[in-house]
Write a protein that binds this ligand. Structure first.
Ligand code: HC1
Ligand code: SF4
Length: 570
């Protein structure tokens, strides 16, 4: 242990602890901008500088370790002055138009500048404007970039994609797409992790809220919206709502006030996905064809983009089942249009997702199987729906709980856990067991695949057939798993992949809580919802049963293939 003094407080911490961590244990917050625990500890922004008695030069707290007997001041006049100058220099290169910034009110730079009392920037502004492809779901605003390197590190070390790099030199230094590529030419998976880890507004999603406001105002449009599993665990965070209060039923209520005609649950189509994908898995398990086995889940479009760009020869191993989002869109404009007795062309199909890649997925040329334009017209992220709530002057604290509409608003506990890493696998195994044995397993029989580990393995006995499954989240972990699979070092029957660490609950479209990883807390909410759901199995969802009875006939039927499956290479 090392004993030292920080701001007149005696602190004892293990050897090798950084000054930042040591200060934290003593309850002394040191401001940081570029720091991301275990991912970006490079002291680039120099906001965390502190003074050590006996050393003339100030040092950065995030990447310097404590020493025995050190006397440290985290906010001495010298520290304050230097920190202020460092932030003023950052601001001199930053587009400070806060009112029009996506991160206004949730920006660490804004907060730190304000806390330091910076009311003027004494340096010349040198902000140059560079063009970006504004139709792409991910937008970089070079003028807001503070070169903290977080996006580079997250993309390299966590996601293994190396989309970003430093470009230019000297005062023209910026972060741009690596290897001189345009973003549309790079292999960006659109996981959005660079956005959720950016401390400022340099990265954001394409804003599609205006399209939805227009549809809501159009009397000829029937607006049908689906809410993804993971959104319910996070939408209330920016409003400071307790998780117990920020239920999906209150989100339903907010959206009804906005004027959506029919509000449904993606959990319904997650259940439908299990019926289709589970049946497909059992079929593939029967013949273990080399080309299509082991089977990969296909509901994460970030993962599908990754596989197509990095290992295209393995695309046939993806389940042909569409994602729940796209299954929902196809059913909304076919089955549900029939139930309503309306022309599907009049349906405007919106989805609220924790995800950026879903904005790309709904635009794919083969996602129009209901024959009325895109099956899903617009995808909004959790952040966008939260903006819409604010724009509509809805006070979330005053919302009462309201029910989803039926029948597509009915979902099982198996559907809701899709939003957490391991959830798709667990839901599929619950129903696969039933499909094979015609009896239900204990709904928690497959809980070994839960948890936030990036690469999990489990073995089960499926009525006499041994099954080995793997669950990965995060594309770096995914790359490691695929390499091991290709080298024959591991072998599985079924693999679930989610591009975002922790799965959709840690999705790139979720609220940003600077530097805090909340995927685990949000997953706990989803598992809690599964536990209290009266229906724990996708095959017991009465709306799904009815839909097969009256419309699809059975899993993998001709109509199911037309509406619910896809060719990922098309
Ligand atoms: Fe997901 Fe899915 S779980 S992919 O993470 O399979 O986005 O939540 O909606 O489609 O159901 C996302 C979440 C979501 C789909 C489902
Ligand atoms: Fe989107 Fe979920 Fe995949 Fe992340 S893990 S890219 S949020 S579908």
């Amino acid at each position: 242990m090392v004993k030292l003094t920080i701001d007149n407080r005696t602190v004892e911490v293990p050897e090798g602890t950084t000054i930042l961590e040591a200060a934290k244990t003593a309850g002394i917050p040191v401001p940081t901008l570029c720091y991301l625990k275990d991912i970006n500890e490079i002291g680039a922004c120099r906001v965390c500088v502190v003074e050590i008695e006996g050393i003339t030069r100030l040092v950065t707290a995030c990447n310097n370790c404590v020493g025995e007997g050190m006397v440290i001041h985290t906010n001495s006049p010298k520290v304050r002055e230097t920190r202020k100058t460092n932030v003023e220099l950052i601001l001199s290169q930053h587009d400070c138009s806060c009112p029009s910034c996506a991160r206004s009110g949730n920006c660490n730079l804004q907060k730190i500048a304000n806390d330091l009392g910076i009311l003027e920037i004494p340096y010349d502004k040198k902000v140059s404007f560079t063009k970006w492809e504004k139709q792409f779901p991910l937008i970089r605003n070079y003028e807001k970039c503070i070169k903290c390197m977080r996006c580079i590190q997250v993309c390299d070390t966590v996601q293994s994609l190396n989309i970003w790099d430093i470009a230019n030199t000297g005062s023209r230094t910026t972060v741009d797409v690596s290897k001189n590529r345009k973003i549309t030419e790079a292999d960006c998976a659109l996981c959005g992790q660079c956005i959720t880890h950016c401390p400022v507004g340099a990265l954001r999603e394409r804003d599609d809220t205006e399209k939805v406001f227009s549809a809501l105002a159009d009397p000829d449009k029937i607006t049908v919206v689906q809410i993804a599993p993971a959104v319910r665990a996070a939408w209330g965070e920016p409003f400071g709502l307790e998780r117990e209060f920020a239920t999906v039923k209150r989100l339903v209520s907010a959206m009804r006030r906005m004027g959506f005609n029919y509000i449904f649950d993606t959990n319904f189509s997650a259940d439908l996905t299990i019926m289709e994908e589970g049946s497909e898995f059992l079929k593939r398990l029967g013949n273990k064809d080399k080309e299509t086995f082991p089977m990969f889940t296909s509901c994460c479009p970030g993962w599908v983009r990754f596989l197509k760009s990095q290992y295209p020869d393995m695309v046939p191993q993806l389940s042909t089942a569409k994602s729940p989002q796209q299954m929902f869109g196809a059913m909304a404009k076919s089955y549900y249009a029939d139930l309503l007795g309306v022309d599907p062309e009049n349906i405007f199909s919106v989805s609220v997702m924790p995800c950026l890649a879903k904005k790309h997925e709904c635009d794919l040329p083969n996602m129009n199987d209901a024959g009325a334009g895109q099956d899903v017209d617009v995808v909004l992220t959790t952040r966008e729906i939260d903006r819409m709530i604010r724009a509509e002057h809805i006070v979330p604290q005053e919302l009462e709980e309201e029910e989803f509409d039926t029948p597509l608003g009915v979902g099982s506990g198996a559907g809701v856990i899709f939003g957490a890493t391991g959830g798709v696998m667990e839901a599929a195994l619950r129903s696969a067991y039933y499909l094979v044995t015609k009896t239900n397993p204990d709904p928690d029989a497959f809980k070994d695949v839960r948890g936030m580990d990036g690469w999990k393995e489990a073995s089960f006995d499926l009525a006499g057939t041994p099954l080995k499954v793997a669950v990965v989240s995060g594309l770096g972990n995914t790359r490691r798993l695929i390499k091991a699979l290709r080298k024959g070092k591991v072998s599985y029957d079924f693999v679930e992949v989610m591009a975002c660490p922790g799965g959709c609950s840690g999705g790139g479209g979720q609220p940003i809580n600077d530097g805090q990883e909340l995927a685990g807390d949000r997953a706990d909410v989803l598992y809690g919802l599964d536990k209290i759901n009266e229906i724990r199995f996708s095959h017991e969802n009465p709306s799904v049963q009815k839909c097969y009875e009256c419309y699809l006939q059975r899993p993998l039927s001709h109509r199911s293939h037309e509406l619910l499956h896809t060719d990922h290479n098309a």
